[in-house]
Design a protein around this ligand. Structure first.
Ligand code: FES
Length: 154
C-alpha cells in the first residue's frame, strides 16, 4: 500500500483536517484496484496512515459487498440472481456457468482465471438477466452469449 501514499496525499488535500474517516472509502477502493483485494496488512497500514480506529475501516469493508478480503481470479464473474434476473433465467444461466467452469459461487478455477460469485440486484433489471465481469455489465444474457463472452476473456 505504501506506493499509493502519494495518491492518498492528493485525496487528503481535498478534505478538511479532522475528516480522515471520509478518506477510508476512496483509499480502500484504490487499494483494491491496485491489488485486487484488501489484505489485513493494508488495513493495518491504512489505520496507521489515516489515524482512524481500525473498526471504522473494518465496518466499511464488511458493509460494502464489493470489497474482497482475499485474492480472486483474473476475471470476477458476478451473476445477479435477484428477482428480475431470476424471473428471466438467471438460475439456469448460473448453473450453466457452474458446469462450464467447474466451480460454484465463491470459488475460483484451478488456473486462477475465473472467480464465480452471485450478486444481489446490480441495478440493471430492465436488461435482465445480467452478469458483471470485473467492472463491465453484460446484459440480456443467454447461454450462447455466455459462451461468446467467456471465450473472449483472455
Ligand atoms: S435483479 Fe438483476 S439487475 Fe436487478
Amino acid at each position: 500500500m505504501k506506493h499509493l501514499i502519494p495518491e492518498f496525499e492528493n485525496l487528503r488535500r481535498r478534505f478538511p483536517a479532522g475528516f480522515e474517516s471520509s478518506l477510508v472509502l476512496p483509499c480502500l477502493r484504490r487499494i483494491q484496484e491496485d491489488r485486487g483485494y484488501v489484505a489485513d496488512d493494508d488495513v493495518e497500514q491504512l489505520t496507521a496512515y489515516l489515524g482512524v480506529p481500525r473498526i471504522q475501516i473494518e465496518e466499511v469493508l464488511s458493509f460494502y459487498t464489493q470489497f474482497r478480503r482475499k485474492p480472486i481470479g483474473r476475471w470476477h464473474l458476478q451473476m445477479c440472481h435477484n428477482v428480475s434476473c431470476s424471473m428471466r433465467g438467471a438460475e439456469t444461466l448460473l448453473s450453466y456457468v457452474e458446469r462450464k467452469l467447474g466451480v460454484r459461487p465463491g470459488e475460483t478455477t484451478a488456473d486462477g482465471r475465473y472467480t464465480l460469485s452471485t450478486a444481489e440486484c446490480l441495478g440493471s433489471c430492465g436488461t435482465a438477466p445480467m452478469m458483471m465481469v470485473n467492472d463491465t455489465y453484460h446484459e440480456n444474457l443467454t447461454a450462447e452469449k455466455l459462451d461468446t463472452l467467456l471465450e473472449g476473456l483472455k
